[in-house]
Write a protein that binds this ligand. Structure first.
Ligand SMILES: Nc1ncnc2c1ncn2[C@@H]1O[C@H](COP(=O)(O)OP(=O)(O)OP(=O)(O)O)[C@@H](O)[C@H]1O
Length: 224
C-alpha cells in the first residue's frame, strides 16, 4: 500500500535528512518506527502522509505514484489514512465527542448511526467523563487520547501515529497499544513512531524500522 523507492529528503538547502530509502508497508501489517531523537521519524511519517514531498525518488501510495496526484486525489487518498501527530490538531470549539465524530460526519453519516460507537471508543480510551469538554480544558494526555480516538474511529486502511503514548502512564499506554493491535487485526496497516523500548517489546510480531544516519534498517518481527 505504501512503497518508497530511492527516496531522499532535505529541508531547504540542508543535508539530506534521509537518503535512498527503499521499503514497503504492506496492508494489515504492524510496524514500529524508532531511532534516536532527530533521526527523522517525524519526517518519515510526513513523507508517508504525503504532507512532505520527497526531494528525490518516488513514493507509491495505494498503488498510485504520489508525484502524479492532483490536489483532490490527494485529499481523497488522505481520507484513507488515520493520523495522530504530536500537536494533536483538535478543533478547540468542538467538544471531545464532536472532535472524534468529525471524520464520520465528513463521510456524511447520520449521528444516530455512530453515536454509540463514538461513545464506546471514548470510554475505552478513558475519556468517558470528558466527552463534553472542549480541548483547551483537557490535559496533554487527554488531548492525545482524543486525537487517537479521532484517528481510529473510521478504521483507516493506514494508521500513522507519532509517539501516541508519549503523554500517558504505562498502564494506559498498554491499553492504547491493545487498541492499535485490535485495529491491525481488523485490517489496518499500523505505523507507530516511538522511543519506548518497553512498549515495542510487548509486541514481538511487530516489524521494527530503525531510522538513523539517513537510513532505515528493517527488522522483521516474529510470526504471529
Ligand atoms: N521543518 C524543518 N526544517 C528544517 N529542518 C527540519 C525540519 N523538520 C525537521 N528538521 C530536521 O530534520 C531532522 C529530523 O527531524 P525529525 O523531527 O524528523 O526527527 P525525529 O526522529 O522525529 O525526532 P524526535 O524523536 O525528537 O521527534 C532533525 O535534524 C531536524 O532538526
Amino acid at each position: 500500500m505504501l512503497h518508497f523507492e530511492n527516496v531522499g529528503l532535505r529541508y531547504g538547502m540542508g543535508e539530506e535528512v534521509v537518503s535512498d530509502l527503499n521499503f514497503s508497508i504492506a496492508p494489515q501489517t504492524f510496524q514500529f518506527l524508532t531511532g534516536p531523537s532527530g533521526a527523522g521519524k517525524t519526517t518519515l511519517l510526513r513523507l508517508m502522509l504525503l504532507s512532505l514531498r520527497p526531494t528525490r525518488g518516488t513514493i507509491h501510495i495505494f498503488g498510485r505514484d504520489s508525484a502524479t496526484l492532483t490536489k483532490d486525489e490527494l485529499t481523497g487518498l488522505r481520507r484513507r489514512i488515520g493520523v495522530v501527530f504530536q500537536d494533536f490538531r483538535l478543533l478547540d470549539h468542538l467538544t471531545t465527542y464532536e472532535n472524534v465524530a468529525l471524520p464520520l460526519r465528513a463521510l456524511g453519516r447520520a449521528e444516530s448511526s455512530y453515536r454509540a460507537e463514538v461513545m464506546e471508543l471514548l470510554r475505552w480510551v478513558g475519556l468517558g467523563q470528558r466527552m463534553n469538554a472542549i480541548p483547551p480544558v483537557l490535559s496533554g494526555g487527554e488531548k492525545q487520547r482524543a486525537a487517537i480516538a479521532r484517528a481510529l474511529i473510521v478504521r483507516p486502511e493506514l494508521l500513522l501515529a507519532d509517539e501516541p503514548t508519549g503523554n500517558v502512564d504505562p498502564g494506559l499506554a498498554r491499553r492504547l497499544l491493545r487498541l492499535f493491535v485490535e485495529l491491525h487485526r481488523l485490517g489496518t496497516a499500523v505505523v507507530i513512531a516511538t522511543h519506548d523500548l518497553q512498549l515495542m517489546d510487548q509486541l514481538g510480531f511487530a516489524r521494527r524500522m530503525v531510522v538513523g544516519d539517513g537510513r532505515v534498517d528493517i527488522f522483521e518481527g516474529n510470526p504471529e
